[in-house]
Design a protein around this ligand. Structure first.
Ligand SMILES: NC(=O)c1ccc[n+]([C@@H]2O[C@H](COP(=O)([O-])OP(=O)(O)OC[C@H]3O[C@@H](n4cnc5c(N)ncnc54)[C@H](OP(=O)(O)O)[C@@H]3O)[C@@H](O)[C@H]2O)c1
Length: 249
């Protein structure tokens, strides 16, 4: 029996990385899946590669209007939604002394406002019981040099799972969080750092992981699948750390 047979899911930031792997996992368990991303071409390419049970919608998660349009399109395409994975996010390391308003606003817009708008705009088309999953990060639980703003956005996301669960559980909506540790995805190449610096930094990070390595996108997707499915029906407001023991051991 496929674990998501008959279910429909939205994954924001599904063109690459964790979102893309989770789309593949949901599809292989029988769901119909919509993915979003900021760029129409990248979204169309990813949706085509995911196959006939996937659709792609260009939408900036930080735009309330874009997310309202996603809800309209998914109501028409799927009739309603059972699963929302608010996963779109960006990470821009910078020394604390150098942070400025643009740096703060950019990350809070996508990582925090994006999650709020995704859940708020999709809420009216959720079928109950629904599962909402947010992507935070293990850095919400740790001190991480040069990551103060990013870590603060992810601490906000972790908090949102608690408050949204308190408010939405009576409506049949569970909200949980996945907090990945270092996972090999394109996110590191988008940080505006030279390749050599990223390589050196990645090596340093790996030494802080008790399992001694970066995780894979599939390892995170399996946790998302668990939270999306009825296997986690008695869990809400909870955080699953998928971080090789980084924040705990
Ligand atoms: N990789 C890690 O080590 C790690 C660790 C902890 C947490 N995370 C979190 O995991 C999530 C996924 O990251 P990833 O590592 O899989 O990175 P990724 O491969 O860069 O994926 C990020 C996805 O988000 C999309 N995106 C970015 N800004 C967006 C926006 N404004 N609106 C809509 N989509 C947007 C990207 O597509 P476009 O750029 O094409 O729009 C892409 O599909 C993020 O929330 C990240 O913070 C990652």
């Amino acid at each position: 029996m496929q674990r998501l047979a008959g279910k429909t899911a939205l994954i924001t930031g599904g063109t690459t990385g964790i979102g893309r792997a989770t789309a593949e996992a949901f599809l292989s368990e029988g769901a119909r899946v919509a993915i979003t991303g900021q760029n129409a071409e990248r979204v169309a390419e990813a949706a085509a590669a995911l196959g006939p049970n996937a659709i792609g919608i260009r939408a900036d998660a930080s735009s309330a209007d874009d997310m309202a349009e996603v809800a309209r399109q998914l109501k028409a395409a799927f009739g309603g939604l059972d699963i929302v994975f608010a996963n779109a996010g960006i990470a821009k390391p910078r020394p604390f002394a150098d942070i400025d308003e643009a740096h703060i606003d950019e990350q809070f817009a996508v990582n925090v406002k994006g999650v709020l708008y995704t859940v708020q705009k999709l809420l009216p088309i959720l079928r109950k019981p629904a599962s909402v999953i947010l992507t935070a990060s293990t850095v919400a639980e740790l001190g991480a040099a040069n990551m103060s703003v990013y870590a603060a956005t992810k601490a906000a996301v972790r908090s949102l799972a608690r408050s949204l669960s308190a408010e939405l559980a009576p409506q049949g909506v569970r909200v949980n969080v996945i907090s990945p540790g270092p996972i090999e995805t394109p996110i590191f190449g988008k940080m505006g750092l030279p390749d050599a610096a990223i390589k050196e930094w990645a090596g340093q990070i790996a030494t802080k992981v008790p399992l001694g390595r970066f995780g894979t996108v599939q390892e995170v997707a399996k946790a998302a699948l668990f939270l999306a499915s009825d296997d986690s029906s008695y869990m809400l407001g909870e955080q699953l750390l998928v971080d090789g023991g980084m924040a705990t051991v």
